[in-house]
Design a protein around this ligand. Structure first.
Ligand SMILES: [Zn+2]
Length: 141
């Protein structure tokens, strides 16, 4: 029964395979909010603090901080975002791209293929591979 139903809807033009997914896959398939919240919780597990003077970010600025927008410290007047002073500081990737990059780096996929999916150079992929390896060593002592 299941087979005949499957057969009925499967025609050459209305299926896709793994190669089709791989061909079209990019960061847009991922959810930006989910990726941002996950990354920022990892970077700031004990809360939001000014990377300059260490003062806790006041309630009124917290939303901007967690939205990854620019915040001004009320104590030292330094401007910063949730990425300032972290290993992702200055990276040109959005949060979906960071997650996607990490996942792709964990596969056997070549730097060239990863570079194509993320629209970056293979050299840049190698830099990120090294960066994540260093973070892994740092994390695991
Ligand atoms: Zn400060």
């Amino acid at each position: 029964m299941q087979n005949s139903e499957t057969t009925a809807i499967v025609k050459k033009g209305n299926v896709f395979d793994i190669n089709d997914v791989l061909h079209d896959f990019q960061a847009n398939f991922l959810n930006e909010v989910v990726c941002r919240e996950w990354v920022l919780k990892r970077l700031h597990p004990v809360g939001a603090y000014c990377p300059g003077c260490g003062v806790a970010i006041p309630e009124k600025s917290l939303q901007r901080f967690w939205m990854s927008e620019r915040v001004k410290c009320c104590q030292c007047n330094k401007f910063f975002t949730a990425l300032t002073g972290t290993f992702l500081s200055g990276c040109q990737l959005d949060y979906r791209e960071v997650i996607l990059l990490a996942i792709l780096l964990s596969t056997d996929m070549s730097d060239k293929t990863i570079a194509e999916i993320l629209n970056m150079s293979a050299a840049n992929v190698r830099i990120w591979r090294n960066k994540f390896e260093i973070m892994g060593k740092l994390k695991n002592g």
